[in-house]
Write a protein that binds this ligand. Sequence first.
Ligand code: 2U9
Length: 393
Amino acid sequence: MWLITKLGWYRENRLSSLSRGGSFCVLSGTSGASVGQGTCPLVPEKDLERVICLKSEILRIREEALRELSELDRPEALQELKVKVLGKKGSLTAMLRQMGSLSPEERPIMGQVVNEVRSQLEQAWEKRSAELERIALEQRLATERIDITLPGIRVPRGHYHPLTQVIEEIEDIFLGMGFQIAEGPEIESDYYNFEALNLPKEHPAREMQDSFYITEEILLRTQTSPVQIRTMEKLHPQLPVKIIAPGKVYRNDDDATHSPMFHQVEGLVVDRGIRMSDLKGILLNFSREMFGESREIRLRPSFFPFTEPSAEVDVSCMLCGGSGCRLCKGTGWIEILGSGMVHPKVLEMGGYNPQEVTGFAFGMGVERIAMLKFGIEDMRLLFDNDLRFLQQF
Ligand code: 2U9
């Protein structure tokens, strides 16, 4: 510092003609070092002059950089200026290169000057950078003012898919009658899907081309009945079993009334003394809640391997009330589900003694119920996901 002060004194008193801000250093020598736009002498007898000249040039670089810095108005220009002065090819870095021409005594003094100026400039950069950021933020705050009193953009309100609506309605009706909801896997074993339900090996549903097999033993379930078998296995010997099993099922069918994936709701009640009249009462109540208070039902004898006796259930036509129309094909009745008393072998497979308990079961296709309820003629519309269609429900 002493020498710097001394050099300062020297500069002030002996080199008062040197401009602080502009280019200078026209001190000449036979082999002068070029600095900025001037030249500092390299001859040994001019050592002091060279030091003064270099120092003045460093100070000039500093003054010029500070002035340019204060005039900058873009944050990107800050970086450009930094490269110009402090970068590898920058003016201050060039000064460091001049140090080689100095004597060992002069070098540390000049090094200190350069480093001091470098750190002053770096601090000035930080300050200016923060200032520019603050100015930019203030400008943004002034121009991007938000009017929180403006009305918002309304988000259109969606609703459940018609199939989900129908599944939930069916669930609500059966929950209201004391049923519980049971669920199970969609990928099933041959045992739970067929064997435990008393489907003989030669049953058409067990044909490879009618169901989606993954291996010979594993397939996508063709009905939700495996859920009831699994529930009985888990619950027995507890009574009663009173469940519905809603869910997706898979069959190799695809036309206006069949889809390879569709939804079923099956029901199962097992207890002592369960009779066909219990089945009829539950299904009459369901039909009236689903399709209207004035509905009647009728049971027609049928056959299913898992129920004996079995019955198809028809509901009086919801369009014409039973007088006959296009929907019921003039009969006044529409088939809505299949049902029956649980086959004794199936009760046994579930762990119950058919000598002690009886049960009824039923099964319905949700798509069919939805088509009847909403008057949809082609099942494929339910899976196209066309909003123009879905928004009607
Ligand atoms: C167990 C015992 C019995 C479920 C039943 C039907 C009759 C039936 C069809 C309706 C339309 C299937 O989706 S559909 O094609 N279902 O006709 N389902 S009885 O019987 C069972 C289920 C599980 C343990």
